[in-house]
Design a binder for this molecule. Sequence first.
Ligand code: NAD
Ligand code: UDP
Length: 311
Amino acid sequence: MKTILVTGGAGFIGSHLCKKLLQSGNKVICLDNMSTGSYDNIASMLPNPNFKFYNANIVDALQFDANEIYNLACPASPTQYQQDPIMTLRTCFLGALNVLELAKNLGARVLQASTSEIYGDPLIHPQFEDYNGNVDITGPRACYDEGKRIAETLFFDYKRKYGVDICVVRIFNTYGPNMLINDGRVIPNFIAQALQDKDITVYGSGLQTRSFCYIDDLVSGLITAMGKNNFSGPINLGNPYEMTILDLANLIIKLINSNSNIIHMKLPMNDPAHRKPDIEKARAVLGWRPYTSIEEGIEKTIKYFKEKYKF
Ligand code: NAD
Ligand code: UDP
């Protein structure tokens, strides 16, 4: 039985990961400051004696005993991470420093939840791991993009200097149950709007693209990457099926049979025009690929929001 620390374990991805790790017979320590996490996400795990929850901030020194560490603590929605950009930067840098110090002292393997945002507004398509990206260093998204980039640098320096067993995974847009309805990301926004027959807020023309990965696929990728000892990455995890935001809006309207209209609003500054992962490395090294179609994943997510919020 392993003991596994999951930072950000009460958030969207973290709560699914904790559940899966518990089901596989591990002890799970969940650390979260609840800034974008929710008690609902971990309520079913709290009575489990193999699950321990700590309400703490990752920027403070960490003292835990663990064999493995997943570092997920960080707001992921542009609305959320731009609310307090300095805190986002502190979380990315000091959080990474603290988990790496802990991993070094414990001899634990440590996985960093990096992001497709390190590619910024990419100039090559699809994005593969050797691409160094196109990030606006001083723009409003930089607190997250640059925060995640410095965290990757720190991970590789801890590997080089101290031999820490690291793994950096670059997660592309992931969605599913346990996202907050007011999270601000596109899928919760559109589903909440469509379920209430409210206007669907497409930012800009809606011709920008994203590639959406269902949560179960992503979690299996994270666990597979962690299980690959001495594999450091960086490695992309995501679903290469690419679509426009307008197509996403129309799909959600259709699946809900909603009377919503699409309206166009201002495109946020630095919003990436296109994003699609090249997952050849994940296929070759991890034998991983996503299986859930966008229709199936969106159906499951709609069901979750309907049941939870009684629309
Ligand atoms: P989320 O906002 O739902 O979860 C993040 C969790 O971290 C929350 O529970 C929050 O309370 C916690 N947290 C934030 N700052 C903290 C701090 N200083 N100390 C302790 N806890 C803190 O986001 P998510 O979608 O679950 O993302 C999880 C991780 O995956 C993040 O690191 C994010 O950057 C990364 N990621 C997510 C996506 C995606 O599409 N969901 C894409 C790329 C990368
Ligand atoms: N978006 C939108 N309407 C919304 C929320 C987001 O059109 O209500 C767009 C956003 O401009 C971006 C895409 O959907 O082009 C994905 O946004 P999200 O915030 O989910 O994630 P991002 O990939 O930008 O980090």
